[in-house]
Design a protein around this ligand. Sequence first.
Ligand code: HEC
Length: 150
Amino acid sequence: MNMKRFLSGLALTATLSAMPVSLPPFTSMENFASLAPFAIAAENTQNAEQLYTANCQLCHSMRPPAKTAPPIVGLAARYRTVYGNKEDAVKAMVSFMKAPDASNTALGPRAIKRFGLMPAMSMSDGELEKVSGWLWDQYDPNFETRGNCR
Ligand code: HEC
């Protein structure tokens, strides 16, 4: 089982158990204190896909047709071609998202001309890295990039 799913499952269980309706099994503060680590886990396990849904999906669809930005599978293919490995691609995406700039685009000027420049994301470095790693993983070998990711 996916560890993150497992942890968020535990966290959910913990949250539900901590609700007043199910108080009987948790009558002392000691029991509540023992749940604290799971509450922290819940915050850290907002998974990459949830980050995408909350912060990127407004503009980026997963696949063509494009909304107001190149679709994710197209970006994944493009970053593979340009950087060749996940580590460098993630670094490039993170730095681009903090301060989008026509001079550090992996897509090229035509995409920026077509869609306009992406706005900077106000997310933590950890979140940006997580969502970038996820984006890299969305690569689909059957997807043919054409033009500016379609
Ligand atoms: C308000 C709309 C908008 C949102 C929200 C948005 N993007 Fe973008 N993004 C764009 C546009 C427009 C482009 C294409 C032009 C460009 O590259 O700047 C783009 C391009 C990109 C690129 C390619 C950059 C390049 O030029 O090499 C990546 C990677 C990317 N987005 C990832 C994300 C991720 C991940 C999120 C969410 C955390 C996100 N975007 C949120 C509009 C958006």
